[in-house]
Design a protein around this ligand. Sequence first.
Ligand SMILES: [Ca+2]
Ligand SMILES: [Ca+2]
Ligand SMILES: [Ca+2]
Ligand SMILES: [Ca+2]
Length: 280
Amino acid sequence: MNKTRAIAITAASIASASVFAAPTIYAAKTAGTASVLHGGDRELQTLAFTGTPSTMGGADFLRWKDGSLTNNSGTYGWNALIPRDVNGANVYTGNPDRSDNSTPLPTEAAKKGSLKDVFGSFNGYKNMSYIIDGEDNGSWCLDLLYAPGQLLSADANASTIELSVLERGGNSDFNIYGIRADGSLTSAMFVSRTKGGKVGWSLDTLEISGAQDVYGFGISLDSSWVNLKGIRLEAKSSFNGPDIVAVGSAVTVPGNDVPAPGALALVGLLGLGSSRRRRR
Ligand SMILES: [Ca+2]
Ligand SMILES: [Ca+2]
Ligand SMILES: [Ca+2]
Ligand SMILES: [Ca+2]
């Protein structure tokens, strides 16, 4: 192998290691995770993970200002009233549900609820007792969007978490996509049920008859996830009906498109390589 080729391969290896071609998924852990119950309504204070000091706080779960849910009965916007399964009915593949002991949703009597109810502010916090319930073999799709002009980008640091998801049961898989400003999607990131960890509390909702542990997943995005106006969660029929309690996000930055440190390092190495070639 000649020297020039060796330098090129070294540069490529460093680039692939530092710009993160794949996401890193961390399991939530009970130690270091804290929440408080207000009656039956749960407020998260800190969500901790195994293998990284990166955490998420309550405010990270209130970044969603718009979105839509598509299930087997239609597509519903942020404020639209989505029909619900209540007390054992299994009609809708994905729908709002709540803890048996929580404050009822505003449109409880009509057996409806909205994404704003589930993911918006409840008395100043994301109510962790409100969820989207998924049916075991059902398919659905949930888009969550930041405020207009806010964008999320990976930070080129595999130990910092950009997204987190809480799922009731730890017995379901899900896909995540990034939604770019032009509406196009990143490739799908498959999140296996085996990657989560218990957050330390359980959830028994109107649709089920027993409590299940809530599991958390923390994701450091790969470098292709840049300038995202939101994310998409997807349930497929083989995923065993993910029940989404909450989705947390790192701070979004207006027009954040600063080159990652890894990209700058690569430019430096290539410059070094070409100057050496000139000397030969
Ligand atoms: Ca349901
Ligand atoms: Ca990161
Ligand atoms: Ca589940
Ligand atoms: Ca119940």
